[in-house]
Design a protein around this ligand. Structure first.
Ligand SMILES: *Cc1c(COP(=O)(O)O)cnc(C)c1O
Length: 364
């Protein structure tokens, strides 16, 4: 193969379609600050997610920080979360002045182990931030039960679950707030971008203000907000991509099925369990190598030699990263999965031949 293959490839409209969408922007000169493209995408996403409120952001990480900020938790409060995620989840908690309390994950779908949450709750706990990792849905019912019982807020890191449904209901409708990332590498992108989905009317204005310096109007600033607004060119990209998302998810499904056909039933190779009641978006293809003839790192290296760049998502765990290493935590299962998992290349128009090459290298 002469071309490099990466774990993902951003899905984009044709150049003509994008140019057509941004013409109005060049006519009006309105580049940002809640313009017509922003407002249209917001409306379309409220329909798509089937939620009352969508608040658009310049990226998913800033959205997550604002989701934490909007509750006004006192500084030093504890938030229960998992370390088996992109570093953004932990960083957002710490940057908002909260203390992350790490809960282990479960072995079936790598989301938070709900049986371990209550043991971590103290009088300082204010919220849970579970991660729908790889597009797998957390045990939302049990999380909801625990949160209600202990009066905790639930903010989902839903960066991986764009388009996912659970029991025929939009995944965005669970918890107090869900954060979606629209980064270039995600199932749906606005180049960079993200949003919060929620139903509480009282949060709508505050979130719009928090991402715009806390400004209420020309002479009034109510909150010490930052700047995290989605601009018009991002929103235009989102409007285009939303036209194709159903097809892209269908194409992803075919890719995942092809991988599964080749790799399932092989001793030592573990694919995530297919979740019941979940309409998947086929966001990632994590494969765990346990007592397989090759280690995860050996397979990673062999693929790299052929210019195929799989990724060790999520390794290291966030608490094992340099900036968090002083924290004493132990999540043995997350640690084990993190040591053995490899996420394989997956995007809607990936060549079937590339999938076969990857599987041949793994199985040979
Ligand atoms: C991508 C991602 C984020 C951050 O989103 P950005 O849009 O890149 O800021 C947060 N959490 C998880 C799990 C992610 O994968």
């Amino acid at each position: 193969m002469d071309k490099k293959v990466f774990v993902t490839k951003p899905s984009i409209p044709t150049l003509d379609e994008y140019i057509d969408e941004i013409k109005d922007i060049f006519d009006s000169h309105q580049l940002t600050n809640f313009g017509p493209k922003h407002n249209l995408l917001k409306k379309k996403l409220e329909e798509y997610f089937d939620v009352k409120h969508v608040s658009l952001f310049v990226n998913g990480h800033s959205a997550l920080e604002c989701a934490i900020d909007v509750f006004d938790f006192s500084k030093g409060s504890e938030i229960i979360t998992t370390p088996f995620t992109f570093v953004s989840t932990t960083n957002a908690i710490v940057r908002c002045g909260m203390k992350p309390v790490f809960c282990d994950i479960n072995e079936n779908d790598y989301t938070i182990d709900v049986s371990k949450i209550e043991g971590l709750i103290t009088d300082k706990t204010v919220a849970i931030i579970p991660v729908h990792v790889y597009g797998n849905v957390c045990n939302v019912e049990e999380i909801d039960r625990i949160a209600k019982k202990h009066n905790l807020k639930v903010i989902y890191d839903a960066a991986h679950v764009f388009g996912v449904k659970y029991k025929d209901k939009s995944i965005a409708s669970y918890g107090d707030i869900s954060m979606f990332s629209f980064h270039a590498t995600k199932v749906f992108n606005t180049i960079e971008g993200g949003c919060l989905c929620f139903s509480d009317d009282n949060k709508a204005d505050k979130l719009e203000q928090l991402k715009d310096f806390g400004i209420v109007d020309a002479e009034s600033v109510k909150y010490i907000g930052g700047n995290a607004k989605m601009n018009e060119l991002q929103a235009a990209m989102g409007i285009c991509n939303l036209r194709h998302i159903d097809q892209w998810i269908k194409d992803r499904k075919a890719v995942v099925e092809h991988y599964r056909k080749r790799l399932s039933g092989v001793e030592g190779i573990k694919l995530s369990k297919i979740q019941s009641d979940v309409t998947s978006n086929y966001a990632y293809l994590p494969v765990v190598f346990e007592n397989y003839k090759y280690t995860r790192d050996e397979i990673f290296n062999k693929l790299s030699e052929k210019a195929i760049y799989a990724r060790k998502y999520f390794y290291p765990l966030t608490y094992e990263l340099e900036c968090y290493r002083d924290r004493k935590v132990d999540c043995p299962l997350a640690h084990k999965i993190s040591q053995n998992v490899l996420t394989l290349p997956l995007y809607p128009d990936i060549d079937k031949e590339i999938i076969d090459t990857i599987c041949d290298i793994i199985l040979k």
